[in-house]
Design a protein around this ligand. Structure first.
Ligand code: WT7
Length: 634
């Protein structure tokens, strides 16, 4: 398999140095071991690398599948492993987080300092009546206090529900209501390309309409004027200066299966799904995947350039780097502000050794040409990563040649909010093919199958499936277990396989090539959006009677949104209205959900049962054959 002559296609082999220094130099050996005894494999990792208040009496309980349980009856708190235990070792004095703000301000937190802030804020939350099991909604920009708020919630056993700061009122409101959070933590504003986004103002509109929120904590970031409602709103810095902000705060003892957080993500229909992750399995899975895939060493400076508001940030900015005692960089702003060299400047300034980002960012930076990165010393980099959507080979090669100077392997990691951690990914010792995420992480059984579950032929398109459970898997959809079973486990219920909702191919070497979503999820710049949410934003405009939204391939952003709208009777179709509708979606949902094209139409293709046939719209828009129309109503 690792013999050069035997592999097909464009293959990049790792250097002997990379293989030698890797935590896992021999993938096949470890994968075989894990496959032979999955609970034994994870049980050994869990026992050797983490501290538990009380050990498990069974690693995996699959008697109530697909409601799998891991580390049965063990007691733990992810914060004990991310912070508390480091206070006893030299890691205490190491930089946990290096923060660079968009305006250029910087701040470094050692593990001791970060723990101090987390303890104080945990005490504040407790004093405000937040209890184990409560939901706390967090809506902030990319700043250290976002991380502190998440860690403090976890420490006291509350579940955080982070809403990405790029979302707007409607999206925030729906997520607050669904989780019935009593507390919201937000900022006055967030920096974006030299301007400010009025987070507090957006939050206020949501809070006024959401019945559940009793208190709002506001972090001062941009110093802009904001209205504070007496009795409800409190400044973070005021609370942290009170005696209630005690630095002595006990870490709540949790069951391994107790919820750690919920994170909303878009699905096929209706409202977003609340993905639920737990303390034990998520901790073991995220920390181990980061260590093995990015070959984390004590001297590394790890930069995951995602936003903590998405799963990539939860797993690989907030939790797993801290559990591994690593040093992370967090940058607040846009890659191209004030100039397209900002990222490369940061790599040089902080000596970043591992950079993990999305294909859309690479394509965006590639457009500005090589002269921007070439002005900087990027020789500290030793590994690169990609996530969020398939990476096109051209972007892969640019990333490899220009940023990685041809000696940094690229870890193309396929995973989802639901999976919690990397699932299809190379290890640094793997031969790479640009555009393929390669094979399953050790112990993860991946296949590409047809409707019946039969493997499809080599290089034929089929449904991606994951055969069997893994520790960091979602446990359920919060308050909606039936939808959990229906969405992920019903198509292959006989076999007990998980359906991610992606199509893929498998090549001669067993390498997986993910193609894209098979449902009504659209990936725009790597962000996951549901057609249903955008459509409901459109029909909330007084002129729109009905709408359908589709994703159309785009060179830079992967996909862009095209919307079709039927107007209410008597409303005139004008160019101005199209602009108004785009802005309306931006205001309701957030700028990332803005349609690029709005078509004002008189009818939409539907099945006889009234379901919109987005496939037909897509084919028409792309000028392709519309295929089988036998179920079309009209
Ligand atoms: C969907 C999940 C998990 C982190 C970010 C996204 C797509 C993700 C890759 C990749 C091809 C990818 C899939 C998946 N996706 N990574 N390396 N190659 N496609 O999490 O927002 O839950 O989206 O992103 O379509 O199902 P998410």
């Amino acid at each position: 398999m690792s013999d050069k002559k035997e592999m097909t296609g464009d293959v990049y082999f790792p250097t002997p140095e990379v293989v030698q220094s890797a935590h896992i130099p021999d993938y096949d050996k470890v994968h075989d071991e894990a496959t032979a005894d999955l609970p034994g494999f994870w049980g050994k990792i869990a026992a050797e690398n983490f501290e538990w208040y009380k050990p498990w009496n069974q690693v995996l309980d699959d008697t109530n599948a697909p409601f799998y349980k891991w580390f049965i009856n063990a007691k733990v708190n992810i914060i004990h492993n991310a912070l508390d235990r480091h206070m006893r070792t030299a890691t205490r004095n190491k930089a946990a987080l290096i923060f660079e703000g968009e305006p250029g301000d910087t701040k470094v937190y050692t593990y001791q300092q970060l723990n101090y802030e987390v303890c104080k804020f945990a005490s504040v939350l407790r004093a405000m009546g937040v209890e184990k099991g409560d939901r706390v909604t967090i809506y902030m920009g990319r700043i250290p206090e976002l991380m502190i708020a998440m860690l403090a919630s976890a420490k006291i056993g509350a579940m955080h529900s982070v809403v990405y700061g790029g979302f707007s009122t409607e999206a925030l409101l729906g997520r607050i209501e669904d989780s019935s959070s009593k507390l919201l933590i937000t900022c006055d504003g967030a920096w974006l390309r030299g301007k400010t986004v009025d987070l507090k103002e957006i939050a206020d509109k949501a809070v006024e309409r959401a019945g559940s929120i009793q208190n709002v904590i506001v972090v001062k970031r941009t110093n802009q004027e904001v209205g504070m409602v007496a009795g409800r709103d409190h400044w973070y810095h005021d609370l942290m200066a009170l005696p209630i902000a005690s630095a002595t705060a006990a870490t709540e003892v949790m069951d391994a299966e107790d919820p750690l957080f919920i994170l909303y993500t878009s699905g096929t229909t209706g409202k977003p799904k609340a993905i639920l992750h737990t303390h034990g399995g998520y901790m073991v899975g995220t920390a181990t995947t980061l260590k093995w895939v990015f070959d984390l060493k004590p001297e590394d400076v790890w930069w995951c350039a995602a936003d903590p508001g998405w799963i990539t940030g939860h797993s690989y900015i907030v939790y797993s780097p801290l559990i591994n005692g690593a040093t992370s960089l967090m940058y607040e702003g846009a890659p191209t502000f004030p100039y397209p060299d900002r990222w490369w400047q940061l790599v040089e300034k902080y000596g970043v050794t591992i950079l993990y980002t999305a294909p859309t960012a690479i394509r965006g930076l590639m457009r500005f040409g090589e002269s921007w990165p070439n002005r900087y010393d990027l020789s500290s980099l030793r590994l690169l990563g990609s996530v969020g959507e398939p990476i096109n080979p051209e972007a892969w090669r640019w990333y490899h040649r220009v940023i990685g100077r041809e000696n940094c392997p690229i870890m193309d990691t396929w995973w989802q909010t639901e999976t919690g951690n990397f699932m299809i990914t190379p290890l640094p010792s793997a031969p790479l093919k640009p555009g393929s995420a390669t094979r399953g992480f050790p112990g993860v059984q991946i296949d590409v199958v047809d409707e019946e579950g039969q493997p499809v032929g080599i290089n034929e398109e089929g449904f991606l499936v994951i055969k069997g459970p893994w520790p960091a898997m979602l446990r359920t959809l919060y308050k909606d277990p039936d939808r959990y079973v229906e969405t992920y486990w019903s198509r292959y219920s006989k076999q007990g396989w998980y359906l991610p909702g992606d199509s893929a191919k498998k090549d001669e070497d067993g390498y997986i090539w993910v193609i894209g979503r098979i449902d009504d999820v659209i990936k725009v710049s790597g962000y996951r959006l549901g057609t249903a949410e955008i459509e409901s934003a459109l029909v909330s405009h007084p002129t729109v009677a009905e709408s359908a939204v589709i994703g159309i391939p785009d060179e830079l952003r992967g996909n862009v949104i095209h919307a079709y709208c039927i107007l209410r009777s008597g409303v005139e179709k004008t160019e101005q209205l199209k602009l108004d509708l785009k802005d309306h979606v931006g205001e309701e949902m957030g700028p990332i959900a803005k349609p690029t094209v709005i078509n004002l139409v008189d009818s939409l293709p539907k099945t006889r049962s009234g379901k919109i046939m987005r496939r037909v719209l897509r084919a028409q828009t792309l000028g392709q054959d519309v295929g089988d129309l036998s179920t079309l109503a009209d």
